[in-house]
Design a protein around this ligand. Structure first.
Ligand code: NAD
Length: 362
């Protein structure tokens, strides 16, 4: 097993260091190799995704990624901005399925803006298609309108499109994931208005017939956005397109309180994956030693489950995180009355201690 470790910028280096500490106490055989990415790579090599970094990612079974970006790079030409590294990795590794679990840990129920009874026990998985839809559809651009409400006016346009194989493969990923959970899939679309999403709905329904043991329902995206705050526990696996998934996964993420707790995985068809926290490089707290490393540590757990076929290691990490939260330790973002505030390193050390203690006591 080979893991490419790409810490990136801002808090990326701090939180990935803690995840690496956790990997090192698992007693598993794997190789880890680090490389620069994002702003750090731009400073050193003039490009956010240097050839050597891309080569390492391609050769590895999984990529453990921190975060990239800083306001100071906002004036660079778009292809040189740190965030382009993520798009480059997605494209070159063919990462089309984005998994964003939203789990509410019992100890953090009060950190949510929703009533405890609505989110206690919440465990949903949003699967977002990552390579198609209006974000990548061509043509796009600006031009002078020849029709519409204001012919002759300047206008901008994008193209929403999905091909049959793109929808089929993401639908299969969702049904397979549901088989390992409570066997329910909600496909989110806007079939009442958009041709692309009527097509999406038809194909998901067709693929659903291959999975008679999984219950499938369809929901319009506006209703899904409402239901996520009204009765989020109704959902189990949610599958949707790139744009709706982008928005709904952030909405679901915030149900659980802090973005510092949320892992994510992006997979290709051979289960090679990129694992990263759902948050960014947090320049406002970078270098202060206060960032929450748990989203990154939980991303490493997903890496063992989905790309490295080591579900037991994933369970050990996740159970150690629960133990640490139960012991009352909290970083600033999840801190509340009656808990003990700790920094990034202490939180990482506590997870390591919880894993090694369990290993020793069996
Ligand atoms: P952000 O997620 O970095 O930060 C938003 C807020 O959440 C900040 O107040 C930050 O302090 C806090 N936060 C984030 N992660 C935290 C953690 N682990 N522990 C405690 N608090 C945490 O989003 P932003 O401020 O909009 O963006 C900052 C930079 O990150 C930008 O350059 C942006 O482009 C980039 N970004 C990168 C990624 C990525 O690498 N995948 C994703 C989103 C944003």
């Amino acid at each position: 097993m080979k893991i490419a470790v790409l810490p990136g910028d801002g808090i990326g280096t701090e939180i990935v260091a803690e995840a690496v500490k956790v990997l090192n106490v698992l007693d598993l055989k794997f190789e880890m190799e680090s490389a620069l990415v994002g702003g750090a790579a731009y400073e050193a090599h003039g490009h956010p995704l240097p050839e050597a970094t891309l080569k390492l990612a391609k050769e590895s079974d999984a990529v453990l990624f921190g975060a990239v970006g800083d306001w100071k790079y906002d004036k660079l030409d778009r292809p040189l901005r740190p965030e382009q590294a993520i798009l480059g990795l997605r494209k070159n590794l063919g990462l089309f399925a984005n998994f964003r679990p939203a789990i509410c840990y019992e100890q953090l129920v009060d950190a949510s803006s929703l009533k405890p009874e609505l989110i206690s026990g919440l465990d949903i998985l949003i699967i977002r298609e990552l390579t198609g839809d209006i974000y990548f559809g061509q043509p796009r651009g600006r031009r002078t309108a020849v029709d519409g409400h204001f012919p002759g006016a300047e206008e901008a346009f994008d193209t929403m499109r999905y091909s049959r194989p793109e929808v089929e493969r993401i639908a299969r990923v969702a049904f397979e994931a549901a088989r390992k959970r409570s066997k329910r899939v909600t496909s989110v679309d806007k079939a009442n208005v958009l041709e692309t999403f009527q097509f999406w709905k038809d194909i998901v329904t067709e693929i659903g017939k291959e999975y008679p043991d999984v219950e499938l329902d369809h929901m319009y995206v506006d209703n899904a956005a409402m239901q996520l705050v009204k009765a989020p526990k109704k959902f189990d696996v949610v599958v949707t397109g790139n744009m709706f998934g982008d928005i709904l996964s952030d909405e679901a993420a915030m149900l659980t309180g802090s973005i510092g707790m949320l892992p994510s995985a992006s997979l290709n068809s051979s289960n090679q994956g990129l694992y990263e926290p759902s948050h960014g490089s947090a320049p406002d707290i970078a270098g202060k030693g206060v960032a929450n490393p748990l989203a990154t540590i939980l991303s490493a757990a997903m890496m063992f489950r989905f790309s490295l076929n080591q579900a037991e290691a994933a369970d050990r990490i996740e159970s150690a995180v629960k133990d640490v939260l139960a012991s009352g330790l909290r970083t600033g973002d999840i801190c509340s009355e009656g808990t003990k505030r700790v920094g990034t390193r202490e939180m990482g050390d506590a997870v390591v201690a919880a894993i090694t203690k369990k290993t020793i006591t069996g």
